[in-house]
Design a protein around this ligand. Sequence first.
Ligand code: NAD
Length: 470
Amino acid sequence: MNISENEISEIVKNVLAEMNGQERKQLGVFDTMEEALAEVNKAYTLFRHYNKEQRENIIKKIRELTHNEAEIMSKMAVSETKMGNVYHKTLKHHLVADKTPGTEDLECRALSGDRGLTLVEQAPYGIIGAITPSTNPTCTVICNSIGMLAAGNGVVFNPHPHAKVCSCYAVDLVNRAVLAAGGPENIVVTVKNPTMDTSNMMVNHPSVRMLVATGGPGVVKMLLSSGKKAIGAGAGNPPVIVDETADIKKAAKDIIDGCTFDNNLPCIAEKECFAINSIADELVSEMQKNGAYLINSEQVKALEDVVLVTVPPKNPQDSPKRVINKNWVGRDAKKILAEIGVNAGNDVRCIICETEFSQAFVQTELMMPILAIVRCDTFEQALDMAVKAEHGCRHSAHLHSKNVDRMTAYAKAICTTIFVKNAPSYAGIGFNSEGHTTFTIAGPTGEGITSARSFTRQRRCVLVDSLSII
Ligand code: NAD
């Protein structure tokens, strides 16, 4: 995960040189948060007068540039964060460009009656402060920008420090699109070196009216304690259940496809599997045919020592905690296997193992292409375990079954924002499925699959005893 300043500037230089034949200053990227905030406020005084058509033209241009530069951004993100893979990240950028809603997402409600006409409009908040993750850095910047600009806001990003170069690149791309479509300079801004200090300044600045956090529990909690309107898109630990009515061949392929997408970085990706006993052998065998490498219990122990680290408790009475070793998040299965002495072929994309329910790979959001499978006697037992393994995040859950009653029972019990049946997890964000996409899935604060309307405030406009024309 450590990348030197020199390597970073080399990447930026190469990319910019590749695009323009020369280096140039990135648009919307500032040395200090003070400057960034001053500039976005200046831009907002102009942008607040832009109508929907003008905003839609900007969104159209962002979509176009995102398509054009999907691969560049994916290469940058993988190179900087050492996580995920270029092919899947490229697909994610195209998805963001195609399926993030624009201004069409905004609705006006009209209440017309005996006493006149009342309109309820979805208005911008003003300046939104957004914190973005290292796992989907550029996609989140672009997806948030489309939704927030469509709703008429200005945006200041405080990206993850481990993904600052590619995130700045995405901010620059958005600004290039805004300018090309006739918009103001610096309506989307960020800082070159995001830190906790720049984050605090952004969160507490009076001109920032709304906050949006996409990341783990720490950042969501911090934003929700800010006293401002906040949208929190936090962690999950999505379980997948496979029952005896499922098409096992398809279930196995779908689960491995979803679990290995961008090396399991998406928060919606299958993180642990509960399989009914009678089909478990077939499921494992089909997964092996789809690029899964089955490890035994000794290898599981060895793998635990690689992908987990022990942190001493803050309180001496408590026991030490095992947490993920961030060095292995989003890495290739083959590289992880090499650490435990397994030399796997190039077609291996996932590590699978059979474990007890209490095992760390079941209980922890690893964000690695590792899938623990727990055998269950009945569907009811699988459901109970899945609910417990999700830890009340209410994020995502998945099922392979043809039994509608079970689908209903599972959905009712687990209460997740996303519930996918008989498809890879990424169907939950509109990839090869119906529905729009987002990279900010707001479970804790309830906006769900966020879009432009999530970034608005309702305003009511009342005219009494007039303009009700019937
Ligand atoms: P992270 O929580 O480490 O970082 C997210 C951002 O928050 C970064 O910019 C980081 O610098 C900042 N941050 C962290 N703690 C902070 C604090 N106390 N105060 C201020 N800023 C703070 O997340 P990550 O490792 O980049 O991303 C992975 C996590 O994010 C996973 O848990 C994943 O499930 C979650 N995630 C959720 C969604 C969603 O839509 N719900 C999307 C992507 C990632």
